[in-house]
Design a protein around this ligand. Structure first.
Ligand SMILES: Nc1ncnc2c1ncn2[C@@H]1O[C@H](COP(=O)(O)OP(=O)(O)O)[C@@H](O)[C@H]1O
Ligand SMILES: [Mg+2]
Length: 290
């Protein structure tokens, strides 16, 4: 078996109902999921499908009602391990404003390692390194509240990176950002995966963010409905539509063109791949004409 960092075994969870109310239904249902070290996984799913709950189960913010979650083999239900677990898996949330705690960028990034008891000279190094990793080093003396959404979210990610996590779980980190901010944050996440080997679990409702993942999971009503490569998952247009998701526009356009008789290869997901395919068709035709 591959080296697994996150291991969900038959995990179910429900939130607690208010006193004297009937129990709430399970919102994560018998989930089995193994995330390989170094991989880039995207989780898609309609609102309320259980994605954020899954994120919180991944580093012991929540613990399963039944089943087990292991982080590098550590049981998240074991409170004695929660420190090591949270150092291994960092969770980044949607709203950067709720994650920023200090009035200067570098102090904010230092907050996590300070809490871990990292010595000051080591903190200095980690903060500088983390800010460089997210492209925010020049802003180290700035006030976070004056930054753009994308910049704030990168500072929040730097705060996690400064704790040297092996895995980042990002819960819709781009949902509140403009296109520019989305691009910055996504580029940052991809770079952390590629260059530092940090395992990424990216929860998003933007289908386009899933096209170059190693693996795509689709959640529906607390269960994993689809699990495969982006190509395999986006072939399931009907299933996706049934759970309120659309395939990426380029994939839809390519599928429509194929239906129309244009001999494109299957599984085109990006504008780049589509333009390559069209140019290669035009090239073949020019050959045939001459
Ligand atoms: N704190 C909570 N208390 C009660 N129910 C909750 C709470 N948080 C989420 N839920 C419910 O659990 C289900 C899954 O929610 P969530 O994990 O946030 O889904 P998603 O992130 O996919 O939108 C939803 O039905 C939601 O209403
Ligand atoms: Mg959510």
């Amino acid at each position: 078996m591959q080296d697994v960092i996150l291991d969900f075994r038959d995990v179910s969870f429900r939130y607690e109902a208010d006193e004297d109310e009937t129990p709430l239904p399970l919102c994560v249902k018998h989930v089995n999921l193994q995330i390989e070290k170094g991989s880039f996984t995207v989780i898609l799913g309609h609102n309320g499908s259980g994605k954020s709950t899954l994120a919180k189960l991944s580093n012991s913010i929540l613990v399963p009602e039944s089943g087990k979650v292991f982080v590098n083999g550590m049981d998240t239900a074991d409170e004695d391990l929660s420190y090591d677990i949270r150092r291994t898996v960092g969770v980044v949330f949607q709203n950067p404003d709720n994650q920023i705690v200090a009035s200067v960028v570098e102090e904010d990034v230092a907050f996590g390692p300070e809490n871990l008891g990292v010595p000051p000279e080591e903190i200095r190094k980690r903060v500088d390194d983390a800010l460089k990793a997210v492209g925010m080093y020049e802003y180290r003396g700035h006030a976070p509240h004056k930054l753009s959404g994308g910049q704030k979210q990168r500072v929040a990610i730097a705060g996690m990176i400064a704790m040297l996590p092996e895995c980042l779980v990002l819960d819709e980190p781009t949902a509140m950002l403009d296109p520019q901010g989305r691009r910055e944050v996504l580029d940052t996440i991809r770079r952390l995966n590629r260059e530092r080997g940090i395992t990424i679990v990216l929860i998003t409702h933007f289908m386009e963010e899933a096209v170059d993942a190693d693996r795509v999971l689709v959640m529906d009503d607390g269960e994993i409905l689809l699990d495969g490569t982006p190509q395999a998952v986006f072939r399931e247009a009907q299933t996706l539509r049934r759970v309120g998701l659309e395939i990426p526009k380029v994939a839809q356009l390519s599928a429509d063109l194929r239906e129309y008789g244009v001999p494109l290869p299957p599984d085109i997901l990006t504008a780049h791949a589509l333009s390559d395919a069209i140019y290669s068709l035009l090239g073949e035709r020019n050959h045939a004409d001459s």
